[in-house]
Design a protein around this ligand. Structure first.
Ligand code: MTE
Length: 320
């Protein structure tokens, strides 16, 4: 039996988040006017050496679990086993090949059917939002999973501010195109830039999160700095990284993996143990760092109570 405790989306930031975290580290440093304040406030810290960087993990994460009582994956797992094809196709490539990537300054272009289009500085996007720690399972289509303490805010907060019109039926996201800093964009492993999309009601759902950090620290380059998407009930590839464009469109956008292989990948990509990938079953998953598929995959990645109504009446075998 699964005993549900509080949903991650129900936990208010003030319950678990000190100001340096919910303001966002960059903003907190800016607001405090001195860079050392963050470390001083976080008290005793454990240090993880990852790809030559030292990361301070606030001690409050030590006893946190997911809403299903699962342990969090380590900072090392989360930042050294990645999919970010712009930096290579091996899981270790993104942490090894992304150190030259510059996530600052960063501008996001908001386009399409909205009353307030424009080029927004990331700091201006973040200024009015309340940042939260949100612990979600990430279930990759390759049948591995992790439990990750993301740091971010609901995409809906941003969408409401830019005021979509009634023609905005879908949201289309685009990753930055910088072949000089992202070596695999010089290859044809995928069509570039990476594109993803959501239906507008999926985008407005409170679980859909724009992420700026992990484990209370800034998002490392390999995880999609400085801004990426997390849609916890969908396969991990919907979580587009290093977003520079958010466009409100009338037609369903074609996402990168569907463009690359429409036989294997669809638009919706809801986690569904009953619908196999054409080359493997999706019924079970390997919780990293384990090598074995010891976990049953849950419908909608365990978030069915929150999201199943979005798909009422749809044949989920057909709408992959
Ligand atoms: N975003 C971009 N731009 N490029 C990518 O290759 N990979 C996706 C997604 N976002 C990808 C991307 C896939 S397949 C997964 S499983 C997740 O990122 C992995 O996120 P993580 O490396 O932070 O765990």
């Amino acid at each position: 039996m699964i005993i549900r405790s509080k949903k991650a989306s129900d936990i208010s930031s003030s319950e678990i988040t000190p100001p340096e975290i919910y303001l966002g580290r960059r903003r907190f440093i800016r607001d405090a006017g001195l860079g050392l304040a963050t470390l001083a406030l976080s008290g005793t810290t454990s240090t993880n050496e990852v790809a030559g960087q030292s990361q301070e993990i606030p001690p409050r994460f030590r006893n946190l679990k997911s809403e299903l009582g699962e342990d969090l994956n380590s900072y090392r797992d989360i930042t050294t086993y990645n999919n970010f094809y712009e930096f290579g196709t091996d899981k270790r490539d993104p942490s090894r090949n992304s150190s030259e990537f510059e996530p600052q300054p960063w501008t996001v272009s908001i386009e399409g059917h909205v009353n307030k289009p424009g080029n927004y500085e990331l700091d201006d996007i973040l200024a009015p939002v309340t940042m939260e720690d949100r612990i979600y399972r990430l279930r990759c289509v390759e049948a591995w999973s992790m439990v990750i303490p993301w740091h971010g805010f609901p995409l809906a907060d941003l969408i409401k501010r830019v005021e979509p019109t009634s023609n905005a039926k879908f949201v289309r996201f685009e990753t930055v195109h910088r072949p000089e800093q992202m070596p695999y964009q010089k290859t044809g492993v995928l069509p570039w830039p990476y594109v993803e999309g959501l239906r507008i009601d999926e985008a407005m759902h409170p679980l859909t999160t724009l992420v700026t950090g992990v484990y209370g620290t800034e998002l490392p380059n390999q995880n999609g700095a400085p801004l990426r998407l997390i849609v916890p009930w969908k396969y991990g590839f919907k979580g587009i990284k290093s977003i520079v464009k958010i466009e409100f469109v009338e037609e369903m956008p074609t996402n990168t993996w569907k463009m690359a292989n429409s036989f294997e990948y669809g638009f919706y990509s809801n986690v569904n143990p009953e619908v196999s990938h054409p080359r493997w079953s999706q019924a079970r998953e390997r919780r990293l760092p384990s090598l074995f598929k010891s976990h049953e995959t849950l419908m909608f990645n365990g978030y069915g109570e929150e999201v199943s109504q979005l798909y009422a009446g749809m044949d989920l075998h057909r709408w992959k």
